[in-house]
Design a binder for this molecule. Structure first.
Ligand SMILES: [Zn+2]
Length: 482
């Protein structure tokens, strides 16, 4: 595997006189706006953030009508799975799709390994293009995974998922499990090898992540072993838990405790643990649970939550409510989980849903959500050098075009990026000081070619899916029939 450090320039790159900068104020513990100034870096490290950069500059970039900000961190995504689902899964719950539902679809439309690879290639490019510089990729290990992550130019945590049971459902109301603990142990071993290989990869941007897939598909022994490995290796621990009404009820029925209480009892919670998605905690009014302990358990242990509102909203569910988690002191990070893999959309929806759920008590703001997509995520990944623009931090940064029509009139660039441009103003992206997106075009992956390959993979998988017109019907009938 070729080292890619040769792509990092020795000279200083300087964005001169950027109109706006989102800089990190370490003393205040918050991002702040700077009006006018330079952002300069040498190699993979930032030298100057704001003010005038003095000294020799090898590459100068005009910052007129530009916002410079830290790259976003996607704490929870499944690029091998979700891009290929475009146009098929967004409307479950629509009466027209009554026969088809998420569980029927997922059991019918089955991608092969080649399609997963094509999906991932497109998905990584999609994330870079909207200003994401770091991702937590939750995938079942596949050949070529680490090389593809390296080729993308992203900074990535490879979370090879493992579990002791396959889950399925026949009604969508209950989760049925086929247990195979030996397979879980074997997958855990394979995941350990992937984590070691990620950290030994020549690109220097990959890290392992300990990822039991879901708390209800892993034996307690496997969950304990995963937590122990994370503690011993200093790696972050990530799982899906408290993510569905059915899962909450199954654990409550068996154990008379909530999924979060179960994880606490296993020794699973802690400052390097992320829970995707902690939607169905005992805070949720739909559960009619008699106690209120989950948010305190999460906050006191320093556990983070991977909040991904889009995928839940599409199923008609939501966290209730994000502001209460934040006010309780729970660290929030954000991910996309599904497509489109656009954290700007997630931020917009997160605040909108929090307002709908909590009314005037919602406690959310653009500042808090941007903090979640940068500092909150960096914290649980154990990094104080990403998700911020400060001298000495990694040169993982994004430049947005303030003349992009959706950004005008310009009063507050962060708010407009979230609510009006939804990331369309992102033009240039650097990771480790290396430019990966220029003038809106992803340099490391040919996105047009990736889209063509993804189309072919979707067509091929659809052709192999029985009863496809009923599993994933079109939104409008085709005139004259198909
Ligand atoms: Zn997920």
């Amino acid at each position: 595997m070729a080292a890619e450090h040769d792509a990092i320039s020795d000279g200083v790159t300087c964005i001169r006189n950027a109109d706006w900068i989102i800089a990190w104020d370490g003393a205040a513990g918050s991002h702040v706006y700077l009006r006018g100034g330079d952002v300069a870096w040498r190699g993979d490290r930032l030298l100057t953030v704001g003010g005038r950069h003095e000294g020799a500059v090898a590459t100068e970039i005009d910052g007129t009508a530009r916002l410079v900000m830290p790259g976003l961190i996607n704490i929870h995504c499944h690029p091998t799975q979700t891009p290929i689902f475009r146009g098929m899964v967004e409307e479950f719950g629509n009466p027209r799709l009554f026969y088809s539902s998420r569980h029927v679809f997922r059991q019918s439309f089955v991608q092969d390994e080649a399609a997963q690879h094509v999906s991932a290639r497109y998905g990584l490019a999609e994330m870079l293009a909207c200003g994401t510089t770091s991702i937590v990729d939750l995938s079942h290990a596949y050949p070529g995974w680490l090389d593809l992550l390296a080729e993308s130019g992203l900074r990535a945590w490879a979370g090879a998922m493992f579990r002791s049971a396959r889950w399925h459902t026949d009604t969508g109301q209950d989760i049925l499990l086929d247990w195979a603990p030996d397979l879980g142990a074997a997958a855990f071993e394979e995941a350990r090898e992937v984590m070691d290989a990620a950290e030994a990869h020549g690109c220097g941007r990959l890290t392992g992540l300990v990822t039991p897939a879901q708390i209800n598909t892993c034996t307690p022994e496997l969950l304990r072993a995963a937590a122990e490995l994370a503690r011993k290796t200093g790696r972050t621990l990530h799982t899906h838990a408290a993510q569905s009404y059915a899962e909450f009820n199954a654990i409550a029925r068996e154990q008379d405790r909530t999924p979060v209480e179960y994880m606490a009892a296993l020794g699973f919670l802690g400052p390097r643990t992320i829970i995707g998605h902690a939607v169905f905690t005992d805070e949720h009014p739909w559960l009619l649970w008699p106690r209120r302990a989950d948010l305190r358990l999460l906050a006191d242990s320093g556990t983070s939550v991977a909040h991904c509102p889009t995928v839940f909203a599409r199923d008609g569910t939501m966290m209730h409510h994000l502001g209460a988690y934040m006010d309780a002191g729970v660290t929030i990070a954000m991910g996309t989980d599904t497509h489109p893999q656009n954290l700007w959309q997630e931020m917009q929806l997160a605040e909108t849903i929090a307002r709908l759920a909590a009314g005037p008590r919602h406690s959310c703001s653009s500042a808090r959500l941007f903090h979640a997509c940068t500092i909150g995520a960096a914290k649980v990944l154990g990094r104080d050098d990403i998700g911020r623009l400060a001298p000495g931090a990694k040169a993982d940064l994004v430049m947005a075009d303030l003349d992009e029509p959706n950004m005008r009139p310009l009063r507050d660039p962060l708010r407009s990026l979230i609510y009006s441009s939804v990331g369309r103003a992102v033009r240039d992206v650097w990771v480790d000081g290396v430019q990966r997106v220029a003038a809106g075009r992803v340099l490391s992956i040919d996105m047009a070619a990736a889209a063509r390959d993804l189309q072919a993979a979707q067509d091929r998988t659809a052709a192999a899916t029985p009863d496809m017109d009923r599993v994933a019907p079109l939104s409008l009938p085709v005139s004259g029939g198909t």
